[in-house]
Design a protein around this ligand. Structure first.
Ligand code: ADP
Ligand code: ASP
Ligand code: MG
Length: 422
């Protein structure tokens, strides 16, 4: 008997028919003798629908002003799907109970719309498991120390599931989704993308943080910190497939490099259209510029990603960086109103039509020239690189958004990602 956590994403929970299928699959696992905790997302489209309602009422639903209420609102999506799943399981003849985040409780900090899980009290869940129930823990949400409902950022149900698995020392956490594993890149963009049987934790962390939304980055961080056995697999296989086969399907996130692991130089390509670029032009080039610009941005609680400072000319330089598109308007205003006059800079300009494309692979550690191959491919396609950022196992470029698919496809081909490595 094992303790297993299943997570089902929005598409997997997208209709009553699909919820019934999820219930049948979970029932199969429970009847095979496992203790089951299930973490569902809201039905697909529901979180967007709810947030659009808020936007109708207050077009700039800034987190600072409306965060608490946005979380009250968005959390209802998961509450509904959790209750529906509990009902479906009971209709299948299993005892089942659903809990909202605050009932568990899952404690978080108070950063509305992007709260971090601080602790999980598993006593209530454990008690129910012991008495033979399947327990449903509502994804994406928690409660802060003032008793306010919080949510964990888009895609946050992955994090709920892995955090619950970590807190309960589950034997495995299975993330069921609408693709049958982690691919070399988003299979919706590159049809030749190939499913990886295993992916190292470090690569998964980079892929997720560079924009592969198949797993939310924080879920991967949790898995790494607590060594949670984690697998991504499809919820669209027939629910009654052999459980042993099912348990081996999809993609396993591995924590140790073993010989059987695929040894490609580049394992995957991630992309992200969620960022915008801002530049402060004509900044007097003297010590402290970066601090004055980025310090003000950090004080406003805005996260910065790729940064470049140009060479100075006639004592002035240009300084550019990227932020999340949701923070673009705020960043632009802050730079214009505060930073520009304080620095005596000439102009602030911005571009929201950019994207970031990244190649990721632990093989890059031991191979030189990988980044230059990337730059060559982009130049052959006539794609201008606006910014570059590298780490030990990834290289990212910021380019014009309209070339994103072209860039991803060309890179996928260049690094032979459609071929099974020898
Ligand atoms: P869920 O609702 O189950 O959480 P998501 O939409 O959040 O599902 O994540 C699954 C989607 O992630 C897939 O449908 C796919 O389009 C996308 N995706 C992006 N990059 C990858 C990748 N490298 N491998 C697999 N899927 C990816
Ligand atoms: N429902 C939330 C979202 O759409 C959380 C999730 O699906 O993981 O972002
Ligand atoms: Mg998701």
């Amino acid at each position: 008997m094992a303790l297993i956590v299943h997570k089902y994403g929005g598409t997997s929970m997208g209709s009553t028919e699909r919820i019934r299928n999820v219930a049948k699959r979970v029932a199969k696992w429970a009847r095979a003798g496992h203790l089951m905790v299930v973490v569902p997302s809201a039905m697909s489209g529901e979180t967007n629908r709810l947030l659009a309602l808020a936007k109708d009422l207050a077009p700039s639903t800034l987190t600072e002003s409306y965060g608490r209420e946005l979380d009250m609102l968005a959390a209802t999506g998961e509450q509904a799907s959790s209750a529906l799943l509990a009902i479906a399981l009971q209709a299948e003849g299993l005892e089942s109970v659903s809990y909202a985040g605050w009932q568990v409780p899952i404690r978080t900090d108070s950063s509305y719309t992007k709260a971090r899980i601080e602790s999980i009290d598993d006593a209530r869940v454990r008690g129910d498991l012991q008495s033979g129930k399947v327990v449903i823990v509502t994804g994406f949400q928690g409660i802060d120390d003032q008793g306010n409902i919080t949510t964990l950022g888009r895609g946050g149900s992955d994090t709920s599931a892995v955090a619950v698995a970590a807190a309960m020392k589950a034997d495995e956490c299975l993330i069921y989704t609408d693709v049958d594993g982690v691919y070399t890149t988003d299979p919706r963009v590159v049809p030749e993308a190939r499913r990886l049987q295993t992916v190292s934790f470090e690569e998964m962390l980079e892929m997720a943080s560079m924009g592969s939304k198949v797993l939310q980055i924080r879920s991967v961080e949790f898995a790494g910190k607590y060594k949670v056995p984690l697998r991504v697999l499809s919820s669209f296989t027939p629910w009654d497939i052999d459980i042993v086969e099912e348990a081996k399907s999809g993609t396993l996130i591995t924590f140790e490099e073993d010989e059987n692991m695929e040894q490609a130089i580049v394992s995957g390509i991630a992309f992200n259209r969620d960022e915008a670029k801002v530049s402060v032009l004509g900044v007097p080039d003297k010590p402290g510029i970066a601090y004055q610009i980025l310090g003000a941005v950090a004080d406003a609680n805005i996260e910065v990603d790729v940064i470049i400072q140009n060479l100075s000319k006639d004592g002035r330089t240009d300084f550019s960086f990227t932020v999340n598109r949701n923070d673009y308007a705020k960043t632009f205003a802050l730079l214009n109103e505060k930073v520009l006059p304080a620095l005596g800079a000439q102009q602030v300009v911005g571009d929201t039509k950019i994207c970031k494309v990244s190649i990721v692979g632990i093989g890059m550690r031991s191979h030189v020239g990988v980044a230059s191959r990337m730059f060559r491919v982009l130049s052959e396609e006539g794609i201008n690189i606006q910014m570059i950022s590298t780490s030990e196992i990834k290289t990212s470029v910021v380019i014009d958004e309209k070339y994103m698919e072209l860039a991803v496809r060309a890179l996928h081909k260049e690094f032979d990602l459609d071929q099974t490595p020898a």
